[in-house]
Ligand binder design. Structure first.
Ligand code: FAQ
Length: 312
């Protein structure tokens, strides 16, 4: 590395000029991006599983079509993100195997079970809602291919969030007491895991300071989590739901909601692989990888043949 290269990189970061695949970049910047983008891609793919659990039990054709479209969108998001990681030199299959071998993470939220139909609305409203808050900020991330992938992903996530909220609105406003109780039970289970999606408090975060400096992340974990809470509480009130946090209250002075302590022990357990569904999720993904091997091999063989043709 020459000083001139580093200066050029730092100057681009300072001026908010995107870093592109052929630009020189510090090795640690490249590695941190591969880590975050791959983790994000894995989350989109594993994230299809909790919803797929309810596809065959959707209560109407309309709901089934919406859910199916949403799950397919998540697959697409995974693909854009694997492509973005490839521009940094991360070979896709190797990245996928790293996740299947437990060497790479995916979002903690997808290790929780979906026990009722209300969970389909809750995932759209809370999980996609949390994902959007994070991803809107990532549209301004410093790495070009990641930022551009986020623009399209955010548009689709926005539809996901809305369909979730609409589903829940119908259940609580037009449903019976049992259906309202089902929605309350769902938020009781998903509220805290949704807050954990934003990662540990900044003071305990390993990557935040450096990622902020490089503008990979544009905000810290706590600021984004707070933003999500501030947006979501009034929406919960409209639905007539009680957020399962007795310490949650509006703070006139700060202009934000105060919230109770997050159970970081639970978060660590889930991230280490001991959440309610970790084993199940990994087994399903491993089986899918094994059964889909021939498709990958056929795709790669076709690609190789095309390259030979082009070169001839
Ligand atoms: N789960 O130092 P930090 C979606 C790890 S997409 C598991 O603060 P960082 C769409 C973290 O990796 C949801 N691990 O980390 C959808 C690090 O370990 P490492 C995914 C977590 O990267 C909806 C360690 O803890 N979104 O939902 C989690 O600076 C519905 C210390 O943390 C993204 O990935 C966690 N929740 O900040 C799909 C967005 N949090 O890697 C289907 C992009 C932290 O050093 C259905 N990612 N860790 O070994 C990001 O913005 C960041 O990576 C954060 C974490 C904010 C998630």
């Amino acid at each position: 590395m020459s000083n001139a290269e580093l200066n050029k990189f730092e100057d681009k970061i300072a001026r908010d000029v995107k870093i592109e695949p052929r630009d020189w970049m510090p090795e640690a910047y490249r590695e941190s991006l591969i880590r975050q983008i791959s983790q994000h891609a894995h989350s989109e793919i594993v994230g299809m599983l909790p919803e797929a659990n309810w596809l065959t039990r959707a209560p109407s054709l309309r709901r089934k079509s919406i859910l199916m479209a949403k799950i397919q969108d998540e697959a697409g998001h995974g693909l854009y993100l694997y492509c973005a990681a490839e521009t940094l030199g991360a070979e896709r299959q190797a990245t996928i195997y790293a996740m299947l071998e437990g060497k790479m993470k995916y979002s903690s939220i997808f290790n929780y079970p979906t026990r009722s139909w209300a969970d389909m609305g809750m995932i759209g409203w809370l999980v996609d809602g949390a994902a959007i808050v994070n991803q809107v900020a990532l549209q301004r991330t410093s790495y070009g291919p990641y930022a551009r992938a986020m623009v399209r992903i955010c548009k689709e996530e926005s539809f996901h969030q809305r369909q979730g909220y609409e589903l829940l609105t119908e259940l609580v406003k037009e449903g019976n007491d049992e259906q309202r109780a089902m929605v309350q039970d769902s938020i009781n289970r998903f509220w805290w895991p949704a807050l954990m999606m934003f990662g540990p408090h900044d003071k305990d975060s390993t990557n935040t300071d450096q990622s902020l400096e490089w503008k990979i992340k544009r905000f810290g974990n706590d600021e984004l989590r707070q933003k999500f809470i501030d947006i979501t509480v009034p929406q919960a009130e409209y639905l007539g739901l009680t957020i399962p946090d007795p310490d949650l209250k509006w703070n006139e002075e700060t202009g934000h909601y105060d919230h109770g302590p997050i159970d970081w022990q639970e978060f660590k357990q889930v991230v280490r692989g001991y959440g309610p569904c970790n084993k199940d999720r990994m087994n399903t993904r491993r089986q899918a990888q094994e059964e889909g091997k021939w498709v990958v091999e056929a795709g790669l063989a076709y690609d190789a043949k095309q390259r030979v043709k082009k070169a001839a």
